[in-house]
Design a protein around this ligand. Sequence first.
Ligand SMILES: [Zn+2]
Length: 408
Amino acid sequence: MSSSVIQLECQCNNYPWGKKGSSSLAAKYAAATPGGHFKLDESKEYAEQWMGTYPTTPSLVLATGEDLQKHINSNKEKLIGKAILDKFGADLPYLPKILSIAKALPLQIHPDKGLAAKLHKKDPEKFGDANCKPEIAVALGKFEVFVGWKPIPEIQQLFTTVPILKSRFTKSSETHFNGETLKEVVGKILSASDEEIVELYESLKKTEVKDFGKHTYFPELLPRLAEQYDKSDPGNLVALLTMNYLVLQKGDAIYVPADGIHAYLSGDIVECMARSDNVLNTGFCPRADRDSIELFTAALTFSPKNADEALLKQKKSDKGLKGHTQVLAPPLSEFDMLITKLKGKETETIKALQGLAILIVTGGKGKMRAEGKEHEVKEGYAFFIGYNTEIELAAESGLEAHIAFAEA
Ligand SMILES: [Zn+2]
């Protein structure tokens, strides 16, 4: 009889925006797991640790080295439960990750289901699945992010007050910005030549702070972004001029819907998304890596947002029987996430979930009891928790866990 609590050995990828060596939390977590496949190299960037079964970076069953998805496939009904099997099939329907971000990730959107299906058919190599990918990001410390659009009046204020923007982008007749104006402006920035972008950058650098209104971060962020990629990268301007810039603290979370524009800038986070790896990039990356501007702007949802709309609030969860567990429940997504926080020697019981879960320990250490067995847990350990399995977490001196789960 196979166990429903399976410790995982997870892998890291090396995207160039990741933090280096042991300064990367993703790498630290991969190295913390016994198993030994992962060798930390201080000269390498470690961007993302994946805890799931997406085929490019699959997790392994620690005890046997078996591929997790293969293991699930041979114990489907027991590990996933019939309802989830019927709804999503045997493949893990979501993918949690730890991200360690040293510099901006490409400015990106993830296509919605309709577009993803089209792209996957046309170019299956580049778009590896036909799924959409709403995602959440939970800060494990200070986390800087560009997400969604600034409210239209704020964008209008910038494009009618800052002299260089006024002369380049705004017709004198334009006194009222709307979604169409925003789409035009973003399209213009993205299709400008390198020289034009550099010229805009230099003018913005000389612009008086007061012209940026409430966006007082321009003088600091403009050169910082330009240094990460290049002065000629249009991502600098799209992000600063049209998107919300947020500085989040530990525990804060954002939700990015399918088609929502976002670029993570710095920090360590837990991220979770539907099972998909489709992305359209357009800035904060070399020109050759950018997707077509038409494709990108066509896929964008230009319904303007504000910063508050992007924030996802934690609520107390009744899954934690002793009251130490909060839940993040993103709308229209395959998964929710529990966050259990224990002080001192506190314990928490997570009631049996009617689906499957991935638990990642994000702080402290202690024990996890389930099925009459006891498992050691400490920061960096990750577990698959099968269908209908109650677990008890007992802290030794504080313990924190993020648990992504799906119930049918
Ligand atoms: Zn993303």
